[in-house]
Write a protein that binds this ligand. Structure first.
Ligand SMILES: O=C[C@H](O)[C@H](O)[C@H](O)COP(=O)(O)O
Length: 235
């Protein structure tokens, strides 16, 4: 499993606390990554104890883990709604004075396309994070999933927007990362992002872009695992 730094104990606290929010009968969006994995494992233990839920996986990784944990799975087009989604993030803007408070960057594991679909469909979307993800200035690279044949064209458009796009290379395969849906990922450095909502709209409008990792006004809360507990931010 991809890990992205941060304390495992803090990730575990955040994930396990979020799993406590799952109620009997819920349809639950199962996010991707090392922090959400703790939530999925905790939901699995609750299922062993009799909790009845249906999960919607956001990636091959979360599907495999849910199957191992004995969580029943369904699909977005087979349910009337998603009660709760639990998912990690690579960056979380943590500044109540800022209009961007609660904005996320996701996609470090190249799963952000399906994550955004499921997270945005949920009645409640809870982010699970350790303190290393919190920032008051959004300046990390934004992952952008693109149709394979579009990567050079989109990279040029990104440059016109003031960004620098780098095709993400695979670690244990020659060539690029290929997402679960068969797309490529451009990691796009824009420097400090002052207006994430505006950038998000511009990225979404580029032909060839499948989805980008800016999540603006999607999260309802972030559970931040700390050394000795969990802090909750509500948006
Ligand atoms: O594509 C991957 C996802 O957006 C993850 O949720 C994100 O990278 C956070 O992962 P982790 O909890 O492992 O830091």
């Amino acid at each position: 499993m991809k890990t992205t730094g941060g304390s495992d104990a803090a990730k575990r606290r955040a994930g396990e606390r979020a799993a406590e929010a799952v109620a009997d009968g819920d349809v639950v969006g199962l996010g991707t990554g090392s922090t959400t994995a703790y939530a999925i494992e905790a939901i699995g233990r609750a299922v062993d104890d009799g909790l009845e839920v249906r999960g919607i996986a956001t990636s091959f990784q979360s599907r495999q883990l849910a199957l191992e944990e004995g969580i029943s799975l369904t699909e977005l087009d087979a349910v009337e709604g998603v009660d709760l989604a639990i998912d990690g993030a690579d960056r979380v803007v943590d500044d109540p004075e800022s209009a961007a408070h609660g904005t996320l960057i996701k996609g470090g594991g190249a799963a952000h396309t399906r994550e955004k679909l499921v997270d945005a469909s949920a009645d409640r979307f809870v982010v699970v994070a350790d303190p290393s993800k919190l920032t008051d200035r959004l300046e990390a690279s934004v992952p952008v999933a693109v149709l394979p044949e579009a990567h050079t064209v989109v990279a040029e458009r990104i440059a016109e927007l003031g960004g620098e796009a780098t095709l993400r290379d695979a670690e244990h395969k020659d060539g690029p990362v290929v997402t679960d849906a068969g797309n490529l990922v451009l990691d796009c450095a824009f420097g400090p992002i002052g207006e994430p909502g505006e950038l998000a709209e511009r990225l979404s409008s580029l032909p060839g872009v499948v989805e980008h990792g800016l999540f603006v006004d999607v999260a309802d809360a972030t559970y931040v695992g700390t050394d000795d507990g969990v802090e909750v931010r509500r948006y």
